[in-house]
Design a protein around this ligand. Structure first.
Ligand SMILES: Nc1ncnc2c1ncn2[C@@H]1O[C@H](COP(=O)(O)OP(=O)(O)OP(=O)(O)O)[C@@H](O)[C@H]1O
Length: 299
């Protein structure tokens, strides 16, 4: 595990904000750290980066205790919290060169980073004229200058337009796949991370309510059969009388738990034989956004 926390608790005054958090972030993963506003994501990230003082529990990163190996560990982490610290009167490249000097890494890394984050053509433009997505990518480039093994990003797509979100998402996928980085990325929108994350942790009111691979998350979302038919109320009643459990009925659709392909065919035939017109029928996976809402609202 690249990140492992055990029994992590954190209080602001008397208010418990992080409760017994046990994170497990595998190497090479893109770990989507999800939770609604105020759930404790930024607090967790600040604890991981030692920007907040550890109160209870333990944090190990790269297999070593954070507190006793602080400098060595933090040197191998690139991070971006909220807005990237960018000088708007300097070009993208100058921003990178500045930071490279500060970090004492070769200044020619600036060009490598521009290329890596797709800002090659904009490197000589003032960063103040960049779109939000470009600024975010420059911020990620800055975080990558020292070639860290782990990137920790707090809501990097917050406030971006759909194009900016896609740009950042594609960059993060490339960093994990081609550069072998582990990416820990927080978001309050499942839809923003579900297309890139390999693993997900869902935090709600300071508690980790789900952790696992994206496939694990999908598998707890029950598949359903969705039938598009005329007179759905009648059709649903007919199915109910014949022993089917009905999930949801709208003017156009009936949804009921999926059991097998054969069973779907049986439902189709039964409705048809009963005089209903079937416009479409098929298996649908309950969408992850709904699942996320269910998980975070239940607890
Ligand atoms: N400096 C602070 N002093 C007191 N309470 C704080 C402080 N910072 C955060 N909190 C509280 O701690 C809780 C967790 O906040 P945190 O910023 O970690 O949540 P978050 O999941 O990152 O939310 P968001 O997506 O809104 O940033 C919230 O209830 C917040 O009000």
């Amino acid at each position: 595990m690249v990140i492992k926390t055990e029994n992590l608790n954190f209080y602001f005054g008397n208010q418990p904000v992080i409760k017994s958090l046990a994170l497990q972030v595998p190497e090479g993963s893109i770990f989507g750290f999800l939770g609604p506003n105020g759930a404790g994501k930024t607090t967790t990230i600040k604890l991981l980066l030692n920007l907040l003082k550890l109160q209870e529990g333990s944090i190990s990163i790269f297999g070593h205790e954070l507190l006793s190996n602080r400098l060595e560990i933090l040197r191998q982490i690139g991070s971006l919290i909220e807005q990237p610290a960018i000088y708007t009167h300097l070009t993208g490249k100058e921003n990178l060169i500045n930071r490279a000097r500060l970090l004492e890494v070769p200044v020619d890394r600036a060009d490598d980073m521009l290329k890596l984050v797709g800002l090659n053509d904009a490197g000589l433009k003032k960063a103040g004229n960049y779109s939000l997505g470009m600024k975010q990518r420059l911020g990620i480039g800055l975080a990558l200058l020292a070639n860290p093994k782990l990137l920790i990003l707090d809501e990097p797509t917050n406030g971006l337009d759909p194009n900016g979100i896609i740009e950042v998402r594609e960059l993060l996928i490339k960093l994990a796949k081609e550069e072998g980085k582990t990416v820990f990325v927080s978001s309050h929108m499942l839809a923003e991370v579900e297309r890139m994350a390999t693993h997900v942790g869902i935090i709600n009111r300071g508690e980790l309510v789900f952790q696992g691979s994206i496939q694990d998350l999908e598998s707890i979302s029950q598949p359903m059969v969705q039938v598009e038919t005329d007179n759905t109320a009648d059709a649903a009643n007919y199915l109910k009388r014949n022993g089917y459990e009905i999930g949801h009925v709208t003017d156009s659709f009936i949804t009921l738990p999926f059991t097998s392909k054969d069973n779907t065919a049986t439902i189709n035939a039964a409705l048809h034989n009963n005089g209903h017109r079937i416009y479409s029928i098929g298996k649908v996976q309950k969408d992850l956004e709904q699942l996320f809402l269910n998980i975070t609202q239940k607890s």
